[in-house]
Design a binder for this molecule. Structure first.
Ligand code: 5GP
Ligand code: MN
Length: 339
């Protein structure tokens, strides 16, 4: 986006509008952080703003500023649809293909024709928005929101709640500032967020130090189920629905499990396959280190996508069959995986 585009958006937002902010299904810290930060910022200009999330978030995000104001499409479909139909502007945050809101909400989006503004950091954006502020090199959508507010010269509007939301998303999407997308710019921005009142230590504890006993037992099960394919420097974990039930699985419980597989010495490609009987799918997360693009791998074979080193996907065959399909694919990538 060029300077004129930012100025056009600034002008567009200078008078109160009906605005909806939408994020992706199974929202994470970056999805909620960016949506809530933009929401709190837009409220300062007397817009009628609502955040709509396709489904609910994990419990470890349920403390975020104004999280209770978010309308969950799955629970309040009529209210959410009416808001979307009335919206003049729809921001889509932390995703770049409309189907990422899930089948049901997509049907509503297909019936409306608002002015779309996409702010995102994923690769290969679809072309549905009038304005797309997208940079796949940036750590998180929250960092993009900060840069967006900076570009329209409104950083003076940052407050403690906005800073808290932005810090949360940057922290979660960078694996607490470990992943390669964490740059000097990220740290400079984070410094400004602390100055604006974000409490780094408190936010970390609220996100990470809230495991239940069952979650840790489920992690134990996941680690026992982990398999290593040494030849292709690959490790993966499976969790069946009955294993999830055994440990009273709640949304968010498996967050981060895949990273244990990736943390193995010499492993550069990791995956977790989680059975979801209700949806009739296997939900997959892929992670890699180095050049092997799990975005490409997932797009090609598992109906998904994301970033070079972190992507999601799904499979509609059984857990066993999915595992077999996955193993059978590895030899196709031997050049990249055996490097
Ligand atoms: P996760 O494995 O944590 O669900 O997702 C890893 C990354 O890939 C996140 O940035 C997420 O937004 C993205 N992602 C997850 N699932 C999909 C998908 O089905 N399609 C695309 N394009 N991106 C995805
Ligand atoms: Mn993100």
């Amino acid at each position: 986006m060029n300077i004129e585009d930012f100025q056009s958006i600034k002008k567009l937002l200078s008078k109160p509008k009906k605005i909806v902010i939408v994020t992706h299904r199974n929202p994470d810290g970056d999805a909620y952080g960016s949506s809530l930060a933009l929401y709190l910022y837009l409220l300062k200009f007397d817009h009628e703003v609502t955040v709509i999330s396709p489904n609910d978030c994990p419990d470890f995000l349920k403390w975020m500023p104004s999280e209770k104001e978010i309308v969950i499409f799955e629970n309040e479909t009529k209210k959410a649809s009416d808001l979307l139909k009335a919206a003049e502007i729809v921001f889509t945050l932390d995703f770049n293909a409309l189907h990422r809101v899930g089948e049901r909400m997509l049907k509503t989006l297909e019936k409306i024709d608002p002015l779309y503004i996409m702010i995102d950091h994923h690769q290969q954006p679809d072309d549905y928005a009038k304005f797309s502020y997208v940079d796949p090199k940036v750590s998180s959508c929250c960092q993009m929101i900060y840069q967006f507010v900076e570009k329209i010269e409104h950083l003076s509007y940052l407050d403690t709640d906005i800073a808290t939301c932005l810090y949360t998303g940057i922290m979660t999407d960078t694996g607490s500032f470990r992943f390669p997308a964490t740059t000097c710019e990220t740290h400079n921005i984070v410094a400004n967020l602390l100055e604006a009142g974000a409490n780094n230590s408190e936010i970390y504890n609220k996100i990470h130090n809230v495991s239940t006993y069952n979650r840790l037992q489920l992690l134990g099960k996941a680690l026992q189920n982990m398999k290593v394919v040494e030849k292709y420097r690959t490790a993966y974990i499976t969790l069946s629905q009955s294993e999830l039930n055994m440990f009273k699985f709640k949304k968010g419980d498996t967050e981060g499990f895949v990273n244990y597989a990736l943390s193995l010495e010499d492993v550069i490609f990791a995956a977790i396959f989680i059975e979801d009987r209700k949806q009739g799918i296997i939900k997959i997360s892929f992670r890699s280190v180095g050049d092997f693009s799990v975005n490409e791998f997932s797009r090609k074979h598992f109906n998904g996508g994301g970033h070079t080193n972190a992507a999601g996907g799904r499979s509609e065959v059984s857990l066993d069959k999915t595992e077999k399909n996955f193993i059978d694919l590895l030899p196709l990538y031997q050049n990249e995986l055996q490097k």
